[in-house]
Design a protein around this ligand. Structure first.
Ligand code: SF4
Ligand code: SF4
Length: 446
């Protein structure tokens, strides 16, 4: 067989092999549509390529042209092509008051001192918050997906986290150990990974990402937050793919709860270790004890980019992560923000916005939010839906193309998306073709 035929057959076999692998991976992931579409492409391509060879007996020039077209597609998919935009951050105008955070506002009960004080300060939020409070609380009877056993069980996990709030800070050992920053950074990162973190990054703490006043938790409500730590160690905890796939529903809420619990364990252990070395450190855990805004801090620490849906998107796990952090003064070596095409991909994709049942995710361009260009999430709309169903929703996380699990076919797509504008456009179309523009989930709005 001459070289042209070998090239022709090798390229045909590679494309067929890719779609066979795609079909197999999709079956394993229980994605029937993706498995069917890739099997159809495999059959059509195989019949055209190899059937055409036997019945049409193409000339060497035609075979080279066909193989060249495939090669060009692959090259354009993987070479650096087109612009990749970072998140645009200007001068950040003012700190966020934690008392304004929607999860804090949910806790101000009519008749309470906090309620009177808060709405005297922010009367513009009263009507929308009162409307939200008329709906059942999360995990409480009345929500459409409420289950007396499972909802109770998840609530208990959150209660365990609440019980850890007094462990986030503590006395600092007086005998201070001076360890080289690079050695200390490696020690802390390894410890975090040993404890269950997936990715760990360090950044200088931007004071603008420290909340201005306490809005939740055991500290005095309304007290100024005095955290002046120099560094933040941020980390991700993976959310299980199958539980995220079950969104919207109780499994993803249980997954959130357990991920927050893991995150709390990791950050409390890290902070305690750092304090034992003679340096101040404070853990920031869920269950109302954050002093810092986690997504931008994690972005600064190089853990990912902020996507259209407002979550951090990590290069490996996409949106299927929860975040934890420790702030400290121990000298560390910092990481840098990373970019891998998320801003440009999100500008084209819109899948989370199309699938958001509450319309909380914007479909248009970014807007300037306190000096950061981002897609602002309408958190009140999101929480309204959560309360209606009685649990976390997580559909945006589920349908996001970055949330596909680790597998060769998805990793190849991620590698292309990171480099090439061509790959980003093809992958947006491809995700719609293989997984549909609209996810499959029960309609809870009715
Ligand atoms: S969690 Fe659900 S309701 Fe909230 S933004 Fe995501 S898709 Fe929309
Ligand atoms: S679903 Fe699409 S638009 Fe939304 S965050 Fe994921 S990649 Fe971005």
């Amino acid at each position: 067989m001459d070289i042209v035929r070998i090239i022709f057959f090798a390229f045909g076999a590679a494309v067929c092999g890719f779609f066979a692998l795609f079909a197999y991976t999709s079956l394993r992931e229980q994605k029937r549509r993706a498995a069917t579409v890739s099997a159809i492409i495999l059959i059509l391509f195989g019949l055209t390529w190899f059937g055409g060879y036997y019945y049409l007996e193409p000339s060497p020039a035609v075979m080279l042209y066909a193989a060249g077209t495939v090669a060009l597609f692959v090259i354009f998919f993987f070479i650096p092509l087109g612009q990749r935009h970072p998140i645009e951050t200007g001068i950040i105008s003012g700190k966020v008051d934690e008392r304004d955070v929607a999860f804090a506002r949910e806790e101000y009960l009519p008749g309470s001192e906090k309620y009177d004080q808060y709405y005297a300060m922010r009367p513009e939020n009263k009507a929308i918050d009162d409307k939200l409070r008329k709906l059942p609380e999360l995990l409480a009877p009345g929500g459409r997906l409420y289950d007396p056993v499972q909802s109770e069980h998840i609530g208990h996990i959150f209660a365990v986290i609440e019980g850890m709030l007094d462990k986030v800070d503590g006395p600092v050992e007086s005998d201070r150990k001076d360890i080289e920053p690079d050695e200390m950074t490696a020690l802390i990162k390894n410890l975090a990974v040993d404890l269950g973190a997936v990715e760990v990054g360090v950044t200088e703490l931007n004071p603008m990402y420290v909340y201005s006043h306490v809005g939740r938790g055991p500290e005095k409500w309304g007290a100024p937050i005095e955290n002046k730590h120099k560094y933040a160690v941020a980390f991700t905890v993976e959310m299980d793919y199958w539980n995220v796939e079950a969104a919207p529903g109780l499994p993803i809420t249980e997954e959130s709860a357990t991920s927050y619990l893991f995150g709390a364990n990791i950050s409390i252990a890290l902070a305690s270790y750092i304090r034992s070395l003679g340096w101040p450190a404070r853990a920031h855990i869920a269950g109302s004890n954050y002093q810092i805004m986690m997504p931008p801090v994690a972005h600064d620490a190089g853990l990912g980019e902020l996507g259209r849906m407002g979550y951090l998107i990590s290069p490996e796990l996409g949106a299927r992560v929860r975040l934890g952090a420790v702030t400290t003064d121990i000298p560390l070596v910092t990481d840098h923000p990373i970019e891998f095409g998320v801003q440009d991909f999100c500008a084209k994709c819109l899948k989370c916005a199309r699938n958001c049942p509450s319309g909380a995710i914007p479909r248009g361009g970014k807007t300037d939010v306190r000096g950061v260009m981002k897609w602002p999430l309408d958190i009140e709309k999101c929480l309204h839906y959560w309360r209606m169903i009685g649990t976390d929703c997580g559909l945006c996380m589920k349908v996001c193309p970055y949330s596909h699990p680790q597998a060769l076919v998805h990793n190849l797509a991620r590698a292309g998306i990171k480099r090439s504008a061509f790959a980003r456009q093809i992958s947006v179309w491809g995700d719609d073709l293989f997984y549909s523009r609209k996810g499959t989930y029960p309609d809870m709005n009715g």
